[in-house]
Structures are given as structure tokens and as C-alpha cells.
Design a protein around this ligand. Sequence first.
Ligand code: CTP
Ligand code: MG
Length: 228
Amino acid sequence: MYLLIPAAGSGRRMGAKRNKLLLPLLGQPVLAWTLLAAKQSQQIEWIGIIGQPEDWLDFKNIISHLELSDKVHLIQGGSTRQESVYRGLQGLPTTANRVLIHDGARCLATSDLFDRCAEALQCCAGLIAAVPVKDTIKIVKPDSQIIDRTPDRNQLWAAQTPQGFAVETLRQCHDEGLRHGWEVTDDAALFEQCGLPVTIVEGEETNLKVTTPVDLAIAEFILRQRIS
Ligand code: CTP
Ligand code: MG
């Protein structure tokens, strides 16, 4: 299975001076934990990390430290996640029929989750890891703080990554997105906009996306429990 890891963000909400994926988490950069889980997956054979050239030296150090140099390739990212994935898809070998896409910032996803997503992707063209929403979610009227309505929580799932797709179909969805100016924060949204089905695979409650400083603290807590 081929895996693309978007890692070309700047981590604005983290408020650090560098890409949040290079911040230390229990003695290793955030991205190293993500790569470690991918390495431990039975299914992943090829990994493309989508990054910005200014981070490449650091990425290369992480890759060689994990002895992943044979498996991992660097691809230059864009100015949005959507553009980064678009470029990642262009950087896939021609033999890639199916691809998993996993945010570098989701450093707590387990190898078991990668394996389950890869296996499920044998039978469908679009899937995402997701978990049922625990909070009651409100939809707020645009440019206000007034609630418009409350969607039924039983129908709400929080989207995670890995997300998996048939490569050629996802490329077509990205092209369609560019033509129509759709701006999305995950790849499943492009599939959905094109009217294609996306299946849910049970994700992991601990599979948080390191976004703000508190996420780093929670991630550290969870990792400590796992390795003790
Ligand atoms: N990403 C990317 N290319 C971009 C923007 C984001 O590859 N131009 C990646 C990030 O590196 C991250 C994933 O997409 O692994 C999810 O994005 P997010 O959590 O929003 O990370 P950042 O964009 O770095 O953070 P922020 O939005 O706070 O700036
Ligand atoms: Mg972002």
C-alpha cells in the first residue's frame, strides 16, 4: 500500500516558530511518531512525505534515524493542504492504484488503524477513519454567534485520517475541485462533492490531530501510557 503524509503546513495555530511536526514530543519530533506507526504497519510499502524544502534536512534526519530511507520519498508541498495532497498524488509512482493519506499531525494513529484502513480499501474506492462525535454540535448563523440549528448527534462523525482512495478517481476529484474552486480540509470532501460514496472505518479516540499546544500535552500523556 502507498501512503502519502501531508507535512507541509506551518502550524500557525500551534504558535511555534517552526513547523509543528518538528516540535519535540517525548524526545522525538512529532513526525517521527507518525512515521513509526506507518513503519510498524504490515501493509505500508511506500511512503511519500509532502513537505516544504526548508524542513527537508530535518525530515531526512528523522527518516534515516528510523531506518526508513529505502521506503520514504520527499515531495514538495503547496500553500494549502489541498494543494499539498494534489502534488503528492502527482508524486506517486505509476504503479499506485490505491493510496492512504494520513496527516503528519496525527501522530497517535496506531499501526493497527493503518492496517485496517489498508485492508478495507481493497473493497471500496473511498474511505475515512472516523469516530462518533461526543459533543453536541451547533450550526451557527454566518457572521454571528446565534445558533441556527442542532444536527442530530447520532448522524455526526468526527473525520480523521488515514483516508484511503482509488488514486485515479481521487486525482479526478481534485481536478474537479480546482475547476470549481472548492476549498476543502480533507480529501473525502472532494469525493463527496463529486457524488461518490465514502465509507467510514472505525477510527481511534486517541487519534487526535496535534493542532494547539494543549494537543501536544495530551499526546505526550497518551504516549507515556503506551510505552510504560
Ligand atoms: N499541511 C500540508 N500543506 C499545507 C498545510 C497543511 O501538507 N499547506 C498538512 C500539515 O502539515 C498537517 C496536515 O496537513 O500534517 C493537517 O493540517 P493542519 O493540522 O491544519 O496543520 P497546519 O496547516 O500546519 O496548521 P495550522 O492550520 O494551524 O497552520
Ligand atoms: Mg492548516
